[in-house]
Design a protein around this ligand. Sequence first.
Ligand code: FAD
Length: 442
Amino acid sequence: MTRREVELLAIGAGPSNLGLAAALEELAPDLADNTLIIDRNPTIEWQSGLLLPWAKSQVSFLKDLVTLRNPRSRFTFLNFLKSTGRLDDFINLGNQSPYRLEISAYLNWVAESLARVRVELGQTCVSIDPVRSATGTLTGWVTRLADGSSIASRYLVIATGRDPNIPPVLAGLPPNRVIHSTRYRPGIAGLQRQLPYRLALIGSSQSAAEVFRALRTDLPDSDVAWVMRSIGPTADPSSKFTNELYYPSYVDEFFDTPATGRALIRQELYKTNYSCMTPAMLQSLYTDFYRDRLNHRYDRRLITMTEVTAAREDNGEVVLELTDRKSGAVSELRRDMVFLGTGFNWQPPKLVQGLADAIGLDRVEVTRGYRLQIDEPTEAACYLQGINEATHGIGDSLLSVLAHRAKDITLDVLAHRAAMQDGTGVRATAHGANTLEQIAGR
Ligand SMILES: Cc1cc2nc3c(=O)[nH]c(=O)nc-3n(C[C@H](O)[C@H](O)[C@H](O)COP(=O)(O)OP(=O)(O)OC[C@H]3O[C@@H](n4cnc5c(N)ncnc54)[C@H](O)[C@@H]3O)c2cc1C
């Protein structure tokens, strides 16, 4: 089987690694020339499972892959609009939040506009092995792909998103009966629109709300029971004040806060990003409910303050055991399919955990420069994007910080490279062996 080598391999062609590609082309062109991005999908799409025609980005178009780092970049969202003849229409609509489909097209345009970094699609990474020299020093990585080939690299950047959260109580159900929101579109494509399915939807996130809304048109004759632990769908309580904690400039302050303080901040901010929905979505959901009642339709309903406490398949149907949190009363709900809007797993993705196990790490933590902390001198480095909320703050999984993060990673790789050329090994400690300021001043 083929084995190739690049200097930097980036796994995942989502916003994080495409933002990195733009930063590499602008700040480190020779490194960009020897960088490859791979993605398992055959096309570049943003959140392809929930790429719904009416869904919008929840952040300003100015939080694109580059503007906050370099507003003069040729990879801006505005340049994309100009290049594709849509600038007038976008301005005329007068809305800061693009449709998800527009962001998706923008990502694809950025990938196609790259002059140095290569992008290969349809390449699924299945595992990553460390490479060691005869003396045991970590010198690089071998990334193994599903087709049996492999790619060796000194630098690795993993931005594969987080793994879907399947609540343990539902994990035993047959996979063909359960559709997580990340697989909504392919899942729906396998069902028959005209059939009156009995469906359960679990969770109270924005994704759950989007699934609930989409089911109205995708499976219009189905009966949908939307089950949630909370008292009911609620709007995101953020304000312009709390939004400041999503700024890239807040990352330093958060990183330097003691762990107990960080945990407290995350707890305070939790509802501004999780288990809530946009006020616009809430209004549209309620309007739909209102019209259902007006039309005497009761086949879309909410079951609130309720926990799913057991689940099994019985005679071709899913049986959910529901426990009413108010009274403790237990009941059964028999369904054909279960949809999950239960978000993402907080643990590192399996791919990252596998890598950590392979190099004997007992925890997955990165430096301020997003470099995986490896407690030994190494000639290789691995960077993690989008899964460092505990150390880098609430914006870490979002578009908000990724333009700056791309710069941080680029500078850290350059620092590591320079240290290698000096012959001084590098040990990744919390703030990195070389601070970003030192490198920026070179
Ligand atoms: C439905 C939804 C809506 C969202 N809306 C917003 C929003 O409006 N604003 C905002 O700021 N954030 C939003 N987010 C958060 C989102 O995480 C970020 O916007 C952004 O997509 C993160 O980019 P990323 O590149 O880190 O990860 P992702 O966008 O998740 O991209 C990961 C990429 O890795 C690929 N991949 C995964 N595993 C492998 C593998 N083993 N081998 C090869 N490739 C692999 C995937 O195919 C994918 O292309 C949303 C998230 C969801 C789920």
